[in-house]
Design a protein. Structure first.
Length: 524
């Protein structure tokens, strides 16, 4: 793996008057440098509401320069060292992705954090770096870490927390962090968060970003309650609203009406099961929708799920039904088969529409799940490699996906370690040969890659790409596939099966049947 040479942060030097009405927005720029085989996406923070527009413009220019720095450095590196060879059978692109988050922690403090992901074509994985800066809004100056926290005391507190959070690799953290390791700190309403990117503190890549959050109470005299953080500490101590996770799925209060309560319990337990479905379960549900949605009893519905190829989902749904029944006497749910089936159908439909499938890809250590209430919430669970969770909200321009665990708890995980998998059912189009490999629907459409990743055999994909003719495109085909997305990378397709539509003609013209043609580019 080629080492990252991009400097993550630069020092902001600007004067900043008091804000009358401070606001933040986060514009994003994305594109491609064809000559360098480089894809990029750069997000920056942009400030508004400053009384002095000249200072505001100058500060925003610096924020933009910091966000653009990694891209500029990688372009220079590729020009000097070459874009690298691309395997035509398993193509990939160089990439750089920059995310920037900023928080107005108090009226006096602006906290800015960065995530930079860089990838060299053919490498095993991207490198992910994190960093942070804090600014005094009264002067516009960067606040040095020493003014925020006593480094020596903070190092001891962080080390103690790390020994608990990373217990399985505690020996790798012996003597870390040192006071010199305390560099990137963010200020949040509840305390301080200390961040390191991949390989931070000597940890393995699979451990992901190293992040430790400490409350004001936990920090104690490591911070000066009378200094620059006084307003943040005071505001944090005044927060009395419970910002915990709340009741997980599976704990819906039961109404006095016993039948209504029972059906709510069935709905709740089934939704819990359905919200954490594998992509294979989703495909099975989508392909057999007419059958299971017509079932008039739980038994018939479960039979349809098994017939569709989702026996695990059927078993978990049966267990959810049994759990709900276990709370009530049999007389409550006697003769309620149709109502039970309707409730289960609606829960399954709701999960299909409102959640997605996420799969953990750390290739080693467990992935930390953090509380959703703060920028870098405290860890409360660990997920091993290949765990499946439900995705309630994508990170978008941020760093974290919001997920639901199999036990119903809600949290968030860093998007560089959660593979999003979306079913693609009966999508019609052509396969195109491109300089980078093969794409679906248009020459600039989603790339087609092997199901198990570059370098793995994939007979279905090979058969599909064999259809591409001398003109650089295939006849129309029908795909069943999985769209996959990971971190900052562009999405791609893994083909499960396909059918050749070149014989599905209309009037003997060799074109697809009516209803499909609007999705297909004309043959040349």
């Amino acid at each position: 793996m080629k080492p990252v040479t991009t400097p993550l942060l630069a020092v902001l030097l600007a004067a900043l008057p008091c804000w009358a009405s401070p606001q933040l927005r986060f514009p994003t720029k994305e594109g491609r440098e064809e000559a360098l085989n480089l894809d990029y996406e750069v997000q920056r923070a942009e400030l508004s509401g400053l009384a002095d527009e000249r200072i505001q413009a100058k500060l925003n220019a610096k924020l933009e320069a910091i966000a653009e720095g990694p891209r500029a450095a990688m372009i220079q590196d590729l020009r000097e060292n070459g874009a690298g060879d691309v395997d035509p059978d398993y193509p990939s692109s160089n990439g750089v992705w920059v995310g920037m988050e900023a928080t107005l922690a108090t009226d006096a403090l602006l906290s800015v954090s960065f995530s930079v992901s860089t990838y060299w074509a053919g490498a095993a994985h991207p490198n992910n770096d994190l960093g942070a800066l804090v600014f005094d809004l009264r002067s516009g100056e960067q606040i040095p870490v020493e003014a925020l926290v006593d480094r020596a005391k903070a190092a001891k507190l962080v080390a103690r927390q790390l020994q608990q959070e990373y217990a399985e690799v505690a020996d790798m953290l012996e003597g870390r962090p040192t006071p010199e390791d305390i560099q990137n700190v963010t200020v949040e309403p509840s305390g301080l968060t200390f961040v390191w990117g991949s390989y931070g503190l000597g940890m393995p890549y699979a451990a992901g970003p190293v992040v430790v959050s400490l409350s004001w109470a936990e920090l104690g005299d490591a911070v000066d309650a009378e200094g620059i953080l006084a307003s943040a500490i005071a505001a944090g101590q005044q927060r009395t609203v419970d910002q915990g996770l709340g009741g997980p799925l599976g704990t819906v209060p039961l109404p006095e009406d016993r039948l209504e309560g029972y059906l709510l319990a069935v709905e709740d337990q089934t939704r819990l099961v359905a919200s954490v479905m594998s992509v294979q379960d989703r495909i099975a549900l989508l392909r057999s929708r007419d059958a299971w949605r017509a079932a008039l009893s739980p038994e018939a519905l479960l039979s349809e799920l098994r017939e569709a190829g989702a026996p695990g989902l059927a078993d978990r749904t049966a267990a959810a039904l049994a759990k709900a029944r276990g709370v009530y006497d049999a007389e409550v749910y006697a003769n309620q088969s149709e109502a039970e089936a309707l409730t289960i159908r609606e829960a399954l439909s709701d999960a299909l529409q409102n959640t997605e499938t996420g799969r953990v890809v750390t290739l080693g250590n467990n992935l930390l799940v953090r509380a959703p209430s703060e920028d870098w919430g405290k860890p409360f669970a660990r997920l091993p490699h290949d765990s499946v969770v439900g995705v309630l909200a994508r990170a978008g321009g941020g760093l974290f996906h919001t997920i639901v665990l199999p036990d119903g708890r809600v949290g968030k995980v860093h998007k560089s370690y959660l593979l999003l998998e979306t079913p693609v059912i009966d999508d019609q189009g052509r396969v195109y040969r491109t300089p980078e490999g093969f794409a679906f629907a248009t020459p600039k459409g989603l790339a087609l890659l092997a199901k198990d990743g570059p370098g793995h055999a994939d007979a279905e994909l090979e058969a599909l790409t064999d259809l591409v003719g001398p003109d650089g495109m295939s006849p129309p085909v029908n795909l069943v596939a999985i769209q996959r997305e990971l971190g900052f990378r562009a999405p791609w397709l893994a083909v499960l099966e396909f059918s050749d539509l070149s014989d599905a003609h209309q009037g003997g013209e060799g074109e697809p049947q009516e209803g499909l043609t609007d999705k297909l580019p004309a043959r040349k």
